[in-house]
Design a protein around this ligand. Structure first.
Ligand code: HEM
Length: 387
């Protein structure tokens, strides 16, 4: 029997068999974190936008293992409720609006060009580690306003922090040191003057509705929220195309379908599996009375593979006539960075299609290795023969 659990290596490697096996139960206990997984598509649709649910761990069962982790993680707006959530999100909302993000197009395009120029003209290359991972890290460093000379150090701390966010062993010394280093770095920068710096850090210096700790928390969550997710969107799209050469050919013939390919990845192989919410009143789900304070881990990825919502769900099909996916969550917590993430993935893919006439996954076993970070879904390594 397959199990739905972040602690289960088979689930982390491929959650979809377990989701399919348990879907009809609607909800199953979350044995690692406390609370319940929600697997039923109708219930997921309702819950992700339900304003009666909370995100602040102060409303949660204090004994649930995940309450302890999230209470100490200070995950900013992810785990806040209105009115604080409205205030914090409102202070940076404009930075992520489509028009503001579109101004970044040329910066992202030139970053992707630089990264791609370092890859060989032909031969074997790891397109996840040497390209897909580097673009979002570089773009996010730009967007935040990290100085070029400190980017390597910044990236090292950021990766340690990101990889530990859902890890039950989180809180170990390496993770804490990296988090402290990032906090120290942000505090130091926020104490400086903005000097008209248009980056997020520069802008936050002048923001009066947040205190210093709130600004640091906000910058910290941008790393977890905006880097690995986008790297995974690039890697998962690439993997789906490499595994479906006729879809790759279609994109070469019809470049305007690149955004559709990205939408199909969000349905078929979403970088984020689930969103968290807390029940604020007792509620019956599928004959199970779940008490107020329970965590609900709402498996948004289940909808993309639900045959009742997306016929023939195991097929990666760019021109699918209808598609339903909630890869960016919903309600007041709806992903703030989706325009940025999608734009990066689009540019990353177009640049690869321009650069290589041919891309094939290396035939040896182990050419596509999943990242294995609980809660996220992407590739650590994609070894590709390019020409
Ligand atoms: C491209 C792939 C991405 C995926 C799949 C993704 C997915 C998600 C999901 C599932 C949520 C939770 C939504 C909910 O609770 O209902 C979320 C929230 C969020 N995302 Fe994204 N994200 C992506 C990219 C980004 C980027 C590039 C950024 C920023 C630079 C970003 C910033 C945020 C923030 C700040 C939140 C918290 C919003 C809130 O609680 O109000 N995301 N994202």
């Amino acid at each position: 029997m397959a199990v739905v659990a972040f602690s289960d290596p088979d689930f982390v490697n491929d959650p979809y068999p377990a989701i399919a096996e348990h879907r009809s139960k609607g909800v199953v206990p979350n044995t690692d974190q406390g609370g319940w997984w929600v697997l039923d598509s109708d219930t997921i649709w309702k819950l992700i936008r339900d304003p009666k649910l909370a995100n602040d761990p102060a409303s949660a069962d204090p004994d649930a293992p995940i309450t302890k982790i999230f209470s100490k993680s200070r995950l900013s707006m992810f785990y806040m409720d209105p009115p604080d959530h409205t205030r914090v999100r409102g202070s940076v909302k404009a930075d992520f609006a489509p028009r503001r993000v579109d101004e970044y197009t040329s910066v992202i395009a030139s970053t992707s060009k630089t990264l791609i120029s370092r890859l060989p003209d032909q031969g074997r290359v790891d397109l996840a580690a040497e390209y897909g991972d580097l673009l979002p890290m570089t773009v996010m460093s730009d967007f935040i306003g990290v100085e070029p000379e400190r980017r390597d150090e910044f990236a090292r701390w950021a990766l340690i922090r990101i990889n530990g966010i859902f890890d039950p062993a989180q809180g170990g010394p390496v993770w804490e040191n990296a988090t402290d280093a990032l906090r120290g770095y942000f505090e130091e920068r926020l104490a400086g003057s903005d000097d008209g710096d248009p980056s997020l850090l520069g802008r936050l210096v002048g923001v009066t509705e947040l205190d210093d700790q709130e600004k640091v928390d906000l910058l910290l969550i941008m790393l977890g929220a905006g880097i690995i997710t986008t790297a995974d969107l690039i890697g998962n799209t690439l993997h789906a195309l490499l595994s479906n050469p006729s879809e790759m050919e279609l994109l070469r013939r019809q470049r305007e379908l690149v955004p559709e390919a990205i939408e199909e990845t969000l349905r078929y192989d979403s970088p984020a599996l689930s969103v968290g919410r807390i029940l604020t009143e007792d509620q019956d789900f599928f004959g199970q009375l779940i008490p107020a304070g329970s965590w609900l881990r709402i498996m948004t990825a289940a909808v993309g593979r639900d045959p009742a919502r997306n016929p023939d769900p195991e097929r990666y099909w760019i021109q699918r006539p209808n598609r339903e996916q909630y890869a960016f969550g919903g309600g007041v917590h709806f992903c703030l960075g989706l325009h940025l993430g999608k734009l990066e993935a689009k540019i990353a893919l177009e640049a690869l299609l321009d650069r290589y006439q041919s891309m094939e996954l290396a035939p040896e076993p182990g050419s596509a290795v999943r990242r294995g970070t609980p809660g996220f879904r992407g590739f650590k390594s994609l070894i590709v023969d390019v020409a």
